[in-house]
Write a protein that binds this ligand. Sequence first.
Ligand SMILES: [Zn+2]
Length: 309
Amino acid sequence: MADHRRILILTLSVFALIFLILFIADTLSEEKNITADKGASGIQVKRFFAGTPQEVTVYFLRGREEGPTLLIFGGIHGDEKGGYLAADRYTNLNVRKGSLVVVPRLNLSAIRKERREGIDGDMNRLFHLPDDSRALQDSKVVNLAKSLIKDADYVLNVHQGDGFYSPRWVSHKRNPSKWGQCNVIDASSFDLPNGQRLELEGFAKAVAARANRKIEDSRYHFLVNNTNTAAGQSRHKEQRKSLTYYALSRHNKVALGLEATKNCSLPEAVAFLTAVINSAIEEAGLSVAQLPSESPYHIRAEWQMAKGE
Ligand SMILES: [Zn+2]
């Protein structure tokens, strides 16, 4: 009898232990870890995969007035500091009309390593995988990004690239193979199933023009770089695996890659990216009480203040 009781207690203990382990694992892996609702300000912060090397923080900034949703991704490439430092500046704005969803640091493990590649290589080459894929460790981060894309109208993926994009060869620094200072689109326009047409080039050009009015030195003006991703003769077939191409082709979103050059100081790169992000926000029809400053001097001062200097 005593033996039976001991076996029963042991069995129950094992079950209790298994339940506890499953519960802890679930808590760590689920997307619900921290939700800090700031209520009246309209800012909600959600932390996914908290405490892991793939932690992703998403800021939802909702205006009182109905309007479009613009989604900003920074940090998909960990060696493009300007991208995530620019996106960081959009997490606490007072949005009046429309919504901003900001993921300043999508690929935290790549950022920590200061490398382009994260756990499973280049995350901007994983968006062709099935939506529910669990094939890779980074799949859960990619799937989270995809779920946010579905609910957005406009999608910005913020980068920093070498040199200066130019449609014609000007120099080793300024030619069609360079990525700096351009708004990247996957197609000039995109035919929607309902017969309407998404005018990506028109939007990207309007955003560039708006930003360029605020950039004094014309050498740093933004151009539109159409990678013609789906075309048979595309020079950029690899972009078929990218975040913006997924957003456009699968969910018909106005998706832009924003690229500042690496051939300038970091505060300048962040200032350039701020100018184009601000322009996209305005062009999309959102209203924000005060957009971040587009001055590299202010940006440098912000960082010094944050460091307590
Ligand atoms: Zn990049």
